[in-house]
Design a protein around this ligand. Structure first.
Ligand SMILES: Nc1nc2c(ncn2[C@@H]2O[C@H](COP(=O)(O)OP(=O)(O)O)[C@@H](O)[C@H]2O)c(=O)[nH]1
Ligand SMILES: [Mg+2]
Length: 210
């Protein structure tokens, strides 16, 4: 697949009539890592968000030391849609990073094609836990390190060594504010899932006929 070919369809409110398959992708990661921004950047429809102001009641469970400017955190879902090619449409679900939402993940992960795990180099360890949970759910995934302006810069090789995923799991650096960058990691994820599926490592047919 070619990220240059990844352009918005002209009638983006409707799924193209040629589309025969849809697939669900989870966008996961710790709070403040860029999930909502990623879904916003990629969605060809007006994305749906359910956000709620953080209150002092959640201070003890939502660690905001590294994201002090953030006054909201996703408590339910981000939802967007992206047509991958003239036959396949992706439904993107940004899901909360906090451990207490694990039950929601299990529901969302049913029939999902795979997950994109977002990470931040200032707190890579926060994404380990997310990787573990995605693996427990049996979902193939790719890791996208969201390059924040003030975060330490590392090569992909260094990030791969630090994150230590399965050698086949894609690791990329992206900027969730930029469409081409998001599209590139999404294509890597889909190609990885298809390769894993044809190698028999992910047996279930992850796509659903429309
Ligand atoms: N400088 C910078 N800010 C970012 C980047 N990605 C997200 N942000 C900002 O970081 C904040 C958290 O992003 P958000 O998408 O809400 O994170 P979420 O909690 O994972 O959904 C938002 O205010 C974004 O505008 C980035 O790559 N660089
Ligand atoms: Mg969010």
């Amino acid at each position: 697949m070619d990220s240059a070919a990844w352009t918005l369809p002209p009638e983006s409110a409707y799924v193209a009539p040629t589309v025969r398959r849809s697939a669900k992708i989870l966008v996961v990661g710790p709070a403040g890592v860029g999930k909502t921004t990623f879904v916003d950047t990629m969605s060809e429809i007006e994305p749906l968000h359910t956000e709620e102001s953080l209150t002092s009641a959640s201070e003890s469970v939502d660690d905001l030391r590294l994201t002090p400017a953030k006054s909201t955190t996703t408590v339910a879902l981000d939802f967007g849609r992206r047509t991958l090619n003239d036959q396949l449409v992706l439904y993107l679900f940004g899901t909360p990073g906090q451990q207490r939402f694990t039950y929601l993940w299990r529901t969302l992960a049913r029939n999902a094609l795979g997950a994109l795990v977002l990470a931040d180099t200032r707190r890579l360890a926060d994404s380990f836990e997310v990787m573990d949970r995605v693996e427990d759910l049996g979902l193939p995934y790719a890791i996208a390190v969201n390059a924040f302006d003030d975060a330490p810069v590392h090569t992909v090789a260094e990030l791969r060594e630090a994150l230590d995923p399965d050698p086949a799991t894609p690791v990329a650096v992206c900027d969730v504010r930029h469409e081409a960058s998001c599209a590139r990691v999404m294509i890597e994820l889909v190609e990885h899932v298809l390769a894993a599926s044809s190698a028999g490592r992910h047996a279930a047919d992850p796509t659903v006929r429309l």
